[in-house]
Design a protein around this ligand. Sequence first.
Ligand code: ADP
Ligand code: MG
Length: 679
Amino acid sequence: MADKLARLNLFCLQDVLFHLPLRYEDRTRIVAIGSLHHSNRAVIEGVVEHSAISFSRSGRQRRRILMVHMADGTGSIKLRFFNFSSAQQEKLAKGKRIRCYGEARRVTNHLEMIHPEFSEVLTAELSPADQTLTAVYPTTDGVHQLTLKRLTDQVLEILNQENSALLTDYLPETTTLSGQRPINLKAAINFIHRPPPDVSLAALEEGVHPAQQRLAFEELLTHQLSLQQLRDKIQAQGAEKLSDGGELLTRFIKQLPFELTSAQDKVMAVIKADILQPKPMLRLVQGDVGSGKTVVAFAACLMAVNSGRQAAIMAPTEILAEQHYANFTSWANELGLKVAWLSGKTKVKQRREMLEIISNGEANIVVGTHALFQQDVVFSHLSLVVIDEQHRFGVHQRLALKNKGVSAHQLIMTATPIPRTLAMTAYGDLDVSVIDELPPGRTPVKTVVLHESRRPEITQRVRAAISEGRQVYWVCTLVEESEVLQCQAAEDTQALLQEVMAEFKIGLVHGRMKPLEKETVMSEFKNKDIDLLVATTVIEVGVDVPNSSLMIIENAERLGLSQLHQLRGRVGRGSTASSCVLMYSNPLSKTAKKRLAIMRETNSGFDIAEEDLKIRGPGEVLGTRQTGLMQFRIADILRDEALLVQVKKEAEVITASHPQIIEPLIRRWLSGAEQYGEV
Ligand code: ADP
Ligand code: MG
């Protein structure tokens, strides 16, 4: 059993107490079968009218099914069991009185429950239902719900013995929650596992009971403390002080065809201050699409290069990395610097050459995709890593930097503005700055939402735009994840559009093209040799062609808000007024409708991010669903937003005055969450 419990990270009694319920079930009343609806979860009680084994065939195997008809005078229901012992079969024999809990489903014209929990009711008179709501725990193979219930019952009993030393309340005496002393930990734990009878299911689901808030607070606090600890460990490793960029940086800025915005200036100054310290910079720069982050990234690289060190910049997609490579190379050439290139698709021979100049230090700056992290990439003297579009990388990849054997300065850039409160929790270990200003002269993109039946009108618009010397993007989306199909769709669209608009040059770019082909198409588009570029969502991030001022997105209803915002950010980069047509087809779900409306209403990445968060929840917004970073046992960042400010303050108090409780809290809440373990 210990081995099985270990899979749930349950090693000691305290772990059982902090293995918190996922949800609750209301088994406090028995529901009349006649009043059950599809998908109701309920307790029912009745008499078995018929019970028989039948067989079903699945492949070669014959499967035994026990079919039980049960009725309670108000209605009847079929129960279906796939695995059953003869003892169980006996309890379900004709004439037996049973009580079941399960989810009712309507199948054709009758009700069914598949594998309900059941027990035999021995006395004729109605026995009472459960007194309290039933906690439902996360389970694993071999550790069933009932096992966990019994286990928690036992541990709660020990906890509730007089003088039990099982739980230590680590929160300092000074802690208050909404101005009051938080509810006692023991009471909170009892509440959460066995809610008292007067608490309704709805109230519990709201999650705002003082007991729930007490635990959510402690969990968020621990999370914050652990992120801080991670940061402290990284910073304790120290890093080389770099330079302020010196004459290199001055020359670079001078040759730019524009003035830096004051927001860019401000962020550069902050970065400079960071890397003049002998500890690693850990900074996240948020800046809406088009705010000019690339220039800032290059400037930071120059601060490393000017000290005789190397800098690396990693982008999430080939196209974006290629574009950075093109920009960086042209800027570097002016300054007499060398840029190396590495992606997953780099050919063996070129790759060997690149690895060579990266390791002998000839390359001052290295641009690439996540291929930069591969084992055989050895830097001569890496001291700054820039990660562009962070939200596409997991936290792990960021931390994987440490495997390069250096404690480099880290600069992370993202165009997904994360609401402030959320950023604090998600990036608790990072300093955050914002480029809160767009370069001057940009006109906001006008967005319209049109049904696909209005395609002729849309084509007309495209024609008009091109005739005025402007360029157009036409983005194809597909619901399938399949890249092949998506590229196929783009090819078809290109052919179709070329037919209707034979007079224009129509290009195509998608993820399955060779890097060289893509590059050729992109530079043709940049040079205005292509009027209209049909593309898959590969152009979502970063692509920069200021003369394009119209974007058509097909099946826009299939994309999420942040993706739409990113795509739309490809236009509105020049001084001409730009527009974006979101084409949709039916059926349009309620959330899809909402997303399109939000896109029409606002151009602000921050507003969009807030809405996105409401629609999708933090796990998905940050792309950390798999990494487990944002998986809380009880806290919910949206619901508990009000706690976050307090969490931050409390974390400071604890770090300063009660550092001894950090380890035990982490042990309590985060054991098994590997990413917190080592640095
Ligand atoms: P993002 O923040 O989305 O990565 P980019 O760095 O790609 O934005 O910049 C978008 C466009 O704005 C580029 O064409 C870039 O040359 C231009 N740009 C950057 N900074 C300025 C500025 N201060 N003034 C005018 N244009 C700028
Ligand atoms: Mg960018």
